[in-house]
Design a binder for this molecule. Structure first.
Ligand SMILES: C[S@@+](CC[C@H](N)C(=O)[O-])C[C@H]1O[C@@H](n2cnc3c(N)ncnc32)[C@H](O)[C@@H]1O
Length: 307
């Protein structure tokens, strides 16, 4: 099974991220170590990189891969625990904080991980296997309305009601337990032309919901800003509009120096601007990169600097 994952927007990420070659850096989405390796290649002997991944296979693989590099510390935690990790490592502030959201090519290509409609596997979609509720539990127990709302909100899928109704019809005869069972029932009610997009949206919606990805991302960004040193940078790569909107809004909020209602004649809030946004518009991969690595197609990079 190939664990190959080509890091997306690598040169651009490093350009924004690395200020000091002797600094302390955090990679919240280690995966199979593509970006972490790029970061280490630019750092001096006395620098430090702390990387984490919630996925156990990524953690095990990268622990071996980087075992000879004493600058690197690796965790199997959710990046939301950046504050806990900083405490364990006695780090007060980071020079740079990085995240490359979503799932790795390995997770997508590995049938046992159950992340894709392309392979038959248990309908699971948990990145962290200690999460109690998986995708199959949701599909088999939530109300039709809740399933429809979830598919609409997190997948932006217009046919969410029709899909939820079909799910509830099918599950009265038999529990829906595999990725193929879910894909098949969706394909029965979707035209061939839109099938791939619809399947992607439904699986994306379930993955985001099961892993609570959007709330975790929001809380990670604010904690990360707390933990950046002055002039330190946060760089995040996202792959769909819901994530990108959260990053854009969180950076904008952190950049504001007043949140008083417009009708107040003078500012009464205590809000201070904590970052300068470095990317007014997100940085996108070049055509050449997308040709070499189709997974880069939907990537957007946003960066901000602590002030
Ligand atoms: C796109 S891959 C990262 C690939 C990596 N940058 C590389 O080049 O090899 C995303 C990784 O982040 C992990 N991940 C996603 N959300 C996470 C979270 N909240 N906390 C920690 N890891 C997370 C996934 O398990 C996956 O391995």
């Amino acid at each position: 099974m190939s664990k190959h994952h080509t890091p997306v927007l690598l040169a651009e990420s490093l350009d924004y991220l690395i200020g000091s070659k002797t600094g302390v850096y955090f990679d919240g989405t280690l995966g199979f170590g593509g970006h972490s390796e790029g970061i280490l290649n630019l750092l001096d002997e006395d620098a430090k990189l702390i990387s984490t991944d919630v996925d156990a296979s990524a953690f095990e693989h990268s622990k071996k891969k980087f075992s000879n590099d004493s600058r690197m510390k690796i965790y199997n935690f959710n990046f939301q625990k950046i504050d806990v990790i900083a405490k364990i490592e006695s780090v007060n502030v980071f020079d740079g904080i990085f995240a490359d959201l979503g799932v790795s090519s390995y997770q997508i290509d590995s049938p046992s991980a159950g992340f894709t409609y392309r392979q038959d596997a248990k309908l699971d979609l948990r990145m962290d296997k200690s999460i109690v509720v998986n995708a199959s539990d949701i599909i088999n127990s939530y109300s039709e309305e809740d399933i429809a709302n979830l598919i609409y909100k997190y997948g932006e899928e217009k046919n969410s009601r029709k899909i939820a109704s079909r799910i509830c019809e099918v599950r009265t005869h038999k529990k829906i337990e595999t990725t193929s069972e879910l894909s098949n029932l969706i394909s029965e009610i979707t035209s061939q032309r839109y099938l791939i997009k619809t399947l992607s949206r439904v699986f994306q919606a379930l993955r985001i919901y099961v892993n609570d990805e959007l709330d975790i991302l929001k809380s990670f960004i604010h904690k990360a800003v707390d933990l950046l040193k002055m002039g330190g940078r946060i760089v995040i790569l996202s792959y769909h509009s819901l994530e990108d909107r959260i990053i854009k809004d969180a950076f904008r909020f952190e950049a504001l120096d007043c949140v008083c209602p417009k009708e107040y004649p003078v500012c009464r809030c205590e809000k201070e601007s904590r970052v300068k946004i470095l990317t007014r518009k997100p940085i996108l991969p070049s055509q050449d990169e997308v040709m070499r690595n189709p997974r880069a197609r939907s990537a957007k990079l946003r960066a901000a600097e602590r002030i």
